[in-house]
Design a protein around this ligand. Structure first.
Ligand code: APR
Length: 257
């Protein structure tokens, strides 16, 4: 593994623009279970509860499940080493942006600034009537479904339900990253969910080198991944951080991260 971490570090130190593409696996060491695989959320809850049409027709049932999964259970998760190393990489101009599929806000809480949320963010709640936004914590979830203080409309978590469109800003930032980046570092994703899962393939087609960190092989591993480092994101990113941050930069004048 050490050899792969050194190779990954060399790639990242030489890269003019690096993008991190993250999935649920990066937050598992923060106590948030993945959606698929052992102990996955979809093994315990029906994904139907996150289908937009079902939410509109069954707001009480859907909100009850959403509250249990995303607010009661994960609400207090904290960033782990993987999130923190990515934030430090950004500070040192070793990372240009993060495209995340996650809705847990942990990249922002770790200090990352250039974060594009492909599936939105569970820390925001939006009114479907007047489009007013609320921060979680400012809305009581003791009685569900919560309603808007302004217009009485139904409130919905501001993350993308199945059947909803992807936020345009996240799409544009992802397409730009795929064309601009020298290196993609893919952390903790099966690569199963469209259209997010296409971004790394687009990056590869544009000539990007792919580093992947995952406990298991994914849809990328046997196809586009150049360096696959098998293991836990927090542990591997900590080692990668030591390698990266102890090596003096020699080409920062042409770095655009
Ligand atoms: N470190 C690194 N990778 C891990 C770890 C860990 N500690 N634990 C699990 N993984 C890997 C798993 O091997 C798997 O490849 O993380 C991945 C988790 O896969 P999913 O649960 O499918 O998560 P993700 O790929 O992000 O799902 C994409 O599906 O349900 C939708 O909107 C949801 O954003 C989500 C999307």
């Amino acid at each position: 593994m050490e050899d792969k971490i050194r190779k990954a570090s060399d790639l990242l130190l030489k890269s003019r623009f690096t993008t991190a593409f993250t999935g649920a696996g990066i937050s598992v060491e923060s106590g948030i279970p993945p959606f698929r695989g052992n102990g996955g959320i979809w093994a315990r809850y029906d994904p139907k509860s996150l289908e937009y049409a079902w939410f509109i027709d069954h707001p009480v049932e859907s909100w009850s499940i959403i509250k249990t999964i995303f607010y009661d259970y994960f609400g207090n998760a904290r960033p782990n080493k993987a999130h923190l190393v990515l934030a430090e990489m950004e500070k040192r101009a070793l990372l240009g942006r993060i495209i995340t599929q996650n809705i847990d806000n942990l990249h922002q809480e770790a200090g990352s600034k250039e974060v594009f949320e492909f599936h939105g963010n569970s820390k925001r709640i939006v009114c479907l009537g007047c489009h007013r936004y609320y921060i979680v914590g400012s809305v009581s979830l003791d009685h569900v479904p919560p309603t808007c203080r302004e217009c009485g409309g139904l409130l919905k978590p501001d993350f993308v339900f199945f059947g909803e469109g992807i936020p345009q800003s996240a799409l544009s930032a992802s397409y730009e990253a795929a064309s601009l980046s020298d290196v993609f570092i893919i952390i903790g994703t099966t690569g199963e969910v469209m259209p997010a899962n296409q971004i790394p393939f687009m990056a590869k087609s544009a000539g990007c080198s792919i580093i992947e960190i995952n406990t298991e092989p994914s849809n990328y591993t046997g196809s586009i991944t150049d360096i696959f480092i098998q293991g836990k994101a927090g542990e591997i990113m900590e080692k990668l951080g030591v390698e990266l941050f102890s090596t003096p930069l020699d080409n920062d004048e042409d770095r655009i991260n």
